[in-house]
Design a protein around this ligand. Sequence first.
Ligand code: ADP
Ligand code: MG
Length: 340
Amino acid sequence: MQSQTSPLGEFDLIQRFFKTQSDLMLANNPGQVKLGIGDDCALLKTDPTGEIAITSDMLVSGRHFFPDANPEWLGWKALAVNLSDLAAMGAQPVGFTLALALPEPNSAWLEAFSKGLFAIANQFSCPLIGGDTTAGPLNICITAFGSIPKDKAIRRSGALAGDDIWVSGFVGDARLTLAALRHEIELSKEDLADIEARMHQPTPRVNLGLALRGVANSALDVSDGLLGDLRHTLKQSGKDAEIFLDRIPKSSALLKQSQAIQNQYAARGGDDYELCFTALSSKRDVIAKISADLHLPLTQIGSIKSMQHSTPEIRIIDSDGKALNIQESDLLLKSFDHFA
Ligand code: ADP
Ligand code: MG
């Protein structure tokens, strides 16, 4: 597509901030990429024993981030949220495309954005293989490709009655960071420093997703809030769940907050990018080993039940062993919805 001319032209921009780094990555480790940036399309090699996982996520200025957000963090996060989707299905990252709308070709902004983007691309060996660049309101859209052996993808529809429900890492810290930055709650400088990166530079659980192939029956990544997202698994699997509220893993910073804030942020905070997966209880030892190998806490927070009524339900059990009533549950189950 043609774009308006500007001091830093479209092709100079692509070369300087994207193609050079991408060519370097591909020269070192092409993986399944036969052709990267420069032609009308990129080319991926396919494998008859595999499947390709494809996911897109868009970050819109003013909606997902402030217009003056740190561009290095943005570059990181734009790819992180896509790698998190690949992780949730057990896919190995292969490459990604970047569609970028920019109000102006600002070199300092692009330099920092590219730095964050390639930091995570290199960490997960996921090269940039193409994209599009245009003038317009700041908008970052990434499509990522991953490979999975045939029939090994971990899907939302696979949860079985009796499965344990697990969550990785801690949940609620991104929400806690947001609340602290908005001065809605008090957080010490040290605590904020500890958890801030969880919001700005989340770590996609790619290695966990790979380790869970053949172990988990279902999985998804937690982007809009743990319990609300778990409902997607329940819907697609046709199951209910029982969740023990005080087992949901929280950071030491979150544990310093009131009980109500802890529960709210951990259950429905959003932007966590942890994996919530289900597995047979016979897999507990395997899962403990995965946790130790990856140095990543994995916590069993409840179990999958067969569906009692016409729609999936989550029974939330409090620290006294009592089930929360409908109003109390609803408060913890509401997840983020752009159009609600
Ligand atoms: P076309 O006009 O044929 O769509 P472009 O001129 O837009 O191609 O892009 C030229 C090359 O640069 C293509 O290989 C395209 O994939 C790549 N490209 C464009 N924008 C980006 C970007 N933001 N990141 C990575 N590659 C890009
Ligand atoms: Mg183009």
